[in-house]
Design a binder for this molecule. Structure first.
Ligand SMILES: NC(=O)c1ccc[n+]([C@@H]2O[C@H](COP(=O)([O-])OP(=O)(O)OC[C@H]3O[C@@H](n4cnc5c(N)ncnc54)[C@H](O)[C@@H]3O)[C@@H](O)[C@H]2O)c1
Length: 383
């Protein structure tokens, strides 16, 4: 298939590009380096440098013999995205191209405004480009489990059957996001659902939990093909952050009581979920929603696991409970359904001791690159 990866330079986009290329698909990765530029502006560079997208594509070709196409440009620009669609004629697209940091989106009025503008404009342009140039193209969109928040009832996969005064209707599951970034994802879903109803688009919206890890089947033994590994408060996800803190001798930064529970997955499972979604597409006129994670942990449980991994490798890891800079429940009910992707064939990789220790060993090798000042900044949800 011809598959367009929007945000193809990113933490998830680049490994997805290689994975689908390895499966024999024709892949075009598009990016405007927003992530790299923001990380540089904020002095939140990744643990190790990664080559630019053109260089990565050449490295991948040398390793695999497969060609992966690249375009650099801003998907908020209609002329650019229209040209990409006209030229490539995608049969499926994976839309990763958003500003993905919750703390960044809460940092300032400017950052919030840019997150809102960028994320919604890209989603809107994607919908318009599919309708104008690639009708029938399957849109696979990355949402987040954060769209649901932490309701006091079970979280279903995207939809809720409501009985009211003796009548029934299926609605999008009620969503109450906990940051401006997560709210843009809710708005994306609404936009997609609107155009599914109006124009009969074919859409899969993946409500993904925080991802950890860097190694995939395609980059194993080829560190030059690893994705970004961010460990700072703005762009690092919590397991990746805690692992680097452990290696740096920086007490693990648990916010508040640490009972905040979320669904996590290995980057290898992200790739499987995306491949399965491509191979088994949504129907025309369907907004298909999956909850994309493998297991749930509280922040305290993650801190304990990282501490234990550190101990196995001879590191003494402290845990510190900090006043919570975010506005969130620190103890709550959390029981999300996540059977859809398992039914499609997902073979999950759980967070085992050996997975943690392997990541820890990698980070130890790059220990000298760790910038301790970037680890914690205390971006507050409310000034
Ligand atoms: N990483 C996670 O744990 C996680 C969890 C849940 C959901 N998600 C979602 O998955 C997607 C990918 O996440 P990621 O961690 O790879 O983030 P990322 O920032 O590494 O990747 C996104 C990529 O999109 C690009 N981009 C953004 N706006 C663009 C634009 N206007 N034009 C062209 N390119 C643009 C960025 O430069 C970046 O390379 C995001 O939408 C994110 O919200 C990620």
């Amino acid at each position: 298939m011809r598959i367009l990866i929007l945000g193809g330079d990113g933490y998830l986009g680049w490994p997805t590009g290689m994975h689908l290329s390895a499966q024999g698909h024709e892949v075009l990765c598009v990016d405007n380096y927003l992530r790299r530029n923001l990380a540089r502006e904020e002095d939140s560079e990744a643990l190790f440098e990664v080559p630019n997208l053109h260089q990565r594509a050449a490295l991948w070709q040398a390793v695999s013999g497969k060609e992966l196409q690249v375009r650099i440009g801003d998907l908020c620009e209609w002329d650019f995205i229209a040209a990409v669609f006209q030229e490539f004629q995608p049969e499926a697209l994976i839309h990763y191209a958003e500003q993905p940091s919750a703390p960044y989106s809460m940092k300032s009025r400017h950052a919030a405004g840019e997150t809102l503008r960028n994320n919604l404009t890209v989603t809107f342009n994607v919908i318009q480009a599919v309708e104008a140039y690639a009708q029938g193209c399957h849109i696979i969109k990355l949402g987040t489990m954060g769209e649901y928040g932490t309701p006091n009832i079970d979280i279903e996969e995207g939809w809720l059957e409501v009985s009211h005064k003796g009548r029934q209707q299926r609605f999008l599951y009620p969503r109450q996001a906990g940051s401006l970034y997560h709210t843009t994802k809710v708005m994306d879903t609404d936009l997609l659902w609107f155009y599914v109803r109006m124009w009969g688009l074919r859409v899969t919206d993946l409500m993904q939990g925080p991802v950890y890890g860097v190694e995939t089947h395609e980059n194993k033994g080829h560190e030059e093909l690893y994705p970004f590994f961010n460990y700072d408060e703005l762009f690092g996800t919590v397991i990746n952050r805690f692992m680097v803190q452990a290696v740096a001798g920086y007490p693990l930064t648990v916010y508040g009581k640490g009972g905040q529970t979320r669904g996590y997955l290995n980057i290898k499972d992200t790739l499987q979920c995306l491949r399965l979604s491509v191979e088994k597409p949504a129907k025309e006129g369907e907004l298909r929603i999956f909850n994309q994670f493998v297991e749930t942990f509280s922040v305290n449980q993650i801190a304990e696991k990282v501490q234990a991994s550190g101990a196995r490798l001879g590191l003494k890891v402290e845990v510190k409970h900090l006043p919570n800079p975010r506005k969130e429940m620190e103890e709550h009910y959390y029981n999300p359904v996540h059977s859809g992707l398992l039914e499609l064939g997902l073979k999950a990789h759980p967070l085992t001791d050996s997975v943690l220790d392997e990541m820890m060993r990698l980070i130890i090798r790059y220990k000298d690159n760790i910038n301790r000042d970037a680890i914690f900044r205390g971006v507050k949800w409310k000034k």
